[in-house]
Design a protein around this ligand. Structure first.
Ligand SMILES: [Zn+2]
Length: 400
């Protein structure tokens, strides 16, 4: 149906590579109290958001900034701001479903405003003053010296009783390549909380569907227990109704998907999905919900519009951090994904959807003879190479 040629991806994909260098240092004076205060400031913004049913940064700033500055004069203004942004972003991501909590000594996010590396001298904001420390990048890390340190995290390791500093280096962005026509790709994750969650943050919740499914199951059990002839007749009718309900939902979801401004829909290869250790509840749901039918509907509806559906390897999509590329099982906690390495926080399904999209882009580039050099290099040298979310730059395909 599609005349898509992965070779054309070669000219457009952008690989952002990040490397994290972590080291431990002695706890600077007052630093633990400072971390605690940051958690407090975080909590205050979360409370503010819930009281005002808002995640508006400007409004939060107006209401809280001066108050907090007076109350916590030791906390630098820029740290107050990054903490505010972090708190409000998380509340927004969670859609007020639950109050995010920051542990007293958990890492504080830093960026170019409050952290800098000049030669071997690292400076970062701390309680009341800028903290300076000399660092020695180990030999294996020397090759990243030309990369830019754009962000980092600093927290307390209670076992080592030291401060853990993580510096995130980014490779310089490759050159922009000529644009032909935009190809739009979206990653789709299927799971327990959402029938589908997309890499662009859209989702189709499974809440109503699961509720209805439970109802069907409840009635079914009652009728089975009765066992009379009329009960059996009713059971048969109900089973038909349940099937129609499921396929109706699948029609709605697939129609919604193909109507979105994307040309390529990337899904996980379902055959591998149940082998993943996603827990009993999720596996059951994956088994119960008619994902295979959804695939079929989506494939023919997309095909009719000249769009395509692609399947990719499902491994690690739910455990990998879509921001820094680290795979860590512990980062996922139910519907939440919280990266302990880079601080990324998001809905687990959304995180997985971004990974699904990246997997496809990487494999498509891999499939292209000409791209093998760069991808191989990326995989060999940078196991945590991450593909930048390319919505802003767009993908190009010439032969549409
Ligand atoms: Zn991460």
């Amino acid at each position: 149906m599609s005349n898509f040629d992965p070779k054309l991806l070669l000219t457009i994909y952008i690989l952002t590579m990040r490397r994290t260098y972590s080291f431990y240092m002695d706890v600077p004076e007052g630093f633990l109290d400072y971390l605690k205060t940051c958690s407090e400031i975080f909590a205050r913004h979360v409370d503010w958001a819930f009281e005002n049913k808002s995640t508006n940064k400007i409004q939060a700033h107006k209401d809280l900034y001066h108050k907090l500055r007076l109350e916590f004069p030791n906390i630098p203004s820029n740290i107050l701001q990054t903490t505010r942004d972090q708190a409000l972003e998380i509340v927004k991501l969670l859609k007020f479903a639950s109050k995010p909590k920051k542990k007293p000594y958990s890492a504080v996010r830093y960026d170019a405003r409050n952290m800098a590396l000049r030669g071997n001298l690292l400076t970062f904001s701390g309680p009341g003053k800028r903290i300076r420390t000399m660092i020695d990048l180990p030999t294996f890390f020397q090759k990243y010296k030309s990369w830019v340190m754009k962000s980092g995290t600093i927290g307390y390791d209670k076992f080592k009783k030291k401060i853990k500093v993580s510096l995130i280096f980014e490779a310089p962005t490759p050159q922009t390549i000529q644009r032909v026509k935009t190809e739009r790709i979206v990653g789709i994750d299927r799971g327990l909380y959402n029938i589908v969650a997309l890499s662009d943050d859209k989702a189709f919740s499974s809440q109503q569907v699961r509720k209805q499914k439970r109802k069907f199951l409840h009635v079914k059990r009652q009728l089975q227990a009765k066992g009379t002839r009329s009960a059996k007749r009713k059971l048969k009718a109900r089973s038909g109704r349940e099937k129609r309900f499921s396929s109706n939902i699948n029609h709605v979801v697939s129609k919604w998907l193909v109507g979105l401004p994307y040309d390529t829909f990337v899904l996980e290869d379902l055959s591998g999905i149940r082998n993943q250790n996603r827990g009993h509840k999720v596996n059951n749901w994956m088994h119960n919900w008619t994902f295979y039918q959804l695939e079929q509907f989506l494939t023919y509806k997309a095909g009719a519009l000249g769009k395509q559906v692609i399947f990719v390897d499902a491994r690690y999509t739910s455990q990998k951090c879509s921001n820094c590329g680290i795979t860590c099982k512990k980062n996922r906690n139910g519907s939440q994904y919280h990266c302990t390495s880079c601080g990324y926080f998001g809905h687990a399904d959304h995180n997985a959807a971004i990974n699904i999209r990246s997997n496809y882009i990487l494999s498509a580039a891999y499939a292209s003879q000409e791209a093998i050099w760069s991808v191989e290099q990326a995989l060999a040298n940078e196991p945590n190479a991450v593909l930048l979310n390319c919505n802003a730059t767009g993908f190009l395909v010439a032969n549409q």
